[in-house]
Write a protein that binds this ligand. Structure first.
Ligand SMILES: Cc1ncc(COP(=O)(O)O)c(C=O)c1O
Length: 472
């Protein structure tokens, strides 16, 4: 083994395990058996070192990485890192940017004049893992917004939007044929991210059973899954706008713990895109990460969140990827951050520096908190207008409203025989109204985007289009 440049058997397993076989407590012979038919591939020593840190952990994080996740590392000592070390030198000839003087980028005033931030914050590159002040501020915000987040979490790695954070999580954890459990209906991009990009198999579980969260359905799916699986949770849910009640959230966490206690590993990806937008009493108001991030050594949480919806800044393209897990030490969390930063470096190199500094500027603004509250209240009023109008409607035979209590959207399941896409097209052509038709004969209504005084008209148009499509 040493002759192959491989320091120990565990690394050899890491290099050789392309079989997707699960060998939880594999013996020396198992490793040989798995590695024997494999094509040898060099593992970068930095990746091997991160893997060593993770497999020496109390948590099972090292074993939950995908093959590509095991190969990831951040190039410490590379160009980016050497450039960072030289930051502040009187003469700095490391940077891949053009400087005017020691301080300022050689930038175009026609761009600089449009932004009231120092040119360095606008034009220079941000570190691959993100601007440190923003990463620290984001954890502080998350702890404030989730008072039960009292256990250690990693520093968030900044990504170019939540989709990018999900893509990195998929790369870190999802191997071909891995099972990804998720409630359905779900955001359609998950199929591309996990299915098309990683070859994982999506296992949808119906979101509702008898008007409540289908915890039993999820428990059965988790029971039936192999020794490693990925659970993808998204509340408030896109497209239904549903968030579990307090009791449902706790029952869901129990189902995950039961699986862990049976000796199976679960990577839980918590997509908190619409965090904080909850409009009814008794609904779980914190991230599911608070119930799962310190639950069991066999449960690893990757929390995906960001500025897009939480800060009403969709086009800034700032997301965050944060790790937590019982038994995960500071060194283990740092190893995961390094791997995620490596994935950022290999995809977009670094996220937008201007966007990161705009957010930091907003966080420091005395108006920031009140502005966020006011926007959330606007969405809440629109939600209640929908609930009121749908409650008053006469034609109950046209559609059923799926349970909804949060987020941006609600879903109507159209009665059999009234086709969602036909209604969508009628709405566009005859009523100047746009909605989304989804599989399951659903119409997704983004009440987030419709002024309160037009919500009655929106639903009146929908009812008219449904009547027309049904021939009544
Ligand atoms: C559930 C969910 N996750 C993630 C995203 C992606 O967010 P971003 O625009 O930051 O990539 C969306 C966007 O619509 C979403 O609905």
């Amino acid at each position: 083994m040493e002759a192959l440049g491989i320091a120990n058997i565990q690394k050899w397993f890491v290099i050789g395990n392309f079989s997707n076989e699960w060998l939880p407590e594999a013996s020396f012979e198992n490793y040989i058996f798995v590695a024997y038919p494999m094509v040898y591939m060099a593992l970068h020593p930095l990746a091997a070192a991160l893997n060593d840190t993770l497999s020496g952990e109390g948590s099972r994080a090292g074993f939950m990485l995908s093959r590509r996740g095991k190969e990831l590392y951040f190039p410490e000592g590379g160009i980016v890192a050497q450039g960072q070390e030289a930051c502040g030198s009187a003469l700095n000839a490391t940077l891949g940017i053009a400087l005017e003087d020691a301080e300022n980028p050689l930038c175009l005033s026609s761009i600089a004049d449009a932004v009231s931030l120092p040119s360095r914050a606008v034009f220079s590159y941000a570190p691959s893992a993100g601007v440190l002040a923003l990463r620290t501020a984001w954890v502080a915000h998350q702890r404030e917004r989730n008072p039960a987040l009292r256990f250690p979490v990693s520093l968030p790695v900044v990504t170019s939007g939540l989709t990018h954070a999900l893509a990195i999580a998929a790369r870190l954890f999802a191997d071909e044929d891995d099972e990804v459990m998720l409630f359905e209906p779900a955001w359609d991009n998950y199929q591309l991210l996990f299915g098309s990009e990683c070859g994982a198999r999506l296992r949808p579980v119906p979101l509702f059973h008898g008007g409540s969260l289908n915890v039993d359905g999820l428990r059965s799916a988790l029971n039936a899954a192999g020794n490693k699986c990925i659970l993808l949770l998204n509340f408030p849910n896109n497209p239904t706008g549903y968030t579990p009640t307090d009791a449902e959230a706790r029952a869901l966490a129990v189902a995950v713990r039961e699986r862990a206690e049976r000796g199976a590993d679960t990577v839980v990806l918590v997509d908190d895109a619409y965090a904080g937008l909850v409009y009814e009493q008794g609904v779980f108001r914190e991230s599911m990460a608070v119930l799962l991030g310190d639950l069991h050594e066999r449960v690893l949480v990757a929390k995906i969140d960001g500025a897009s919806k939480e800060e009403f800044a969709w086009g800034l393209r700032i997301g965050f990827l944060t790790f937590a897990g019982k038994g995960l030490t500071e060194a283990g969390m740092h190893a995961l951050e390094q791997k995620a930063a490596g994935a950022v470096r290999a995809s977009v190199s670094g996220s937008c520096n201007l966007s990161q500094h705009l957010l930091l500027k907003a966080f420091a603004s005395p108006e920031y908190a009140a502005e966020r509250r006011a926007h959330a209240a606007t969405l809440e009023r629109r939600y209640h207008a929908c609930v009121r109008i749908l409650g008053e409607r006469r034609r109950h035979d046209l559609f059923e409203v799926l349970p909804c209590n949060s987020g941006y959207f609600l879903c109507l399941r159209l009665t059999d025989g009234i086709l969602a896409d036909r209604v969508r097209l009628l709405l566009l052509e005859r009523f100047g109204t746009g909605v989304i038709a989804l599989p399951g004969n659903l119409l997704r209504i983004a009440f987030s985007a419709v002024p309160e005084d037009q919500i009655a008209l929106l639903f009146s148009n929908i009812v008219s289009a449904c009547e027309e499509a049904s021939g009544t």
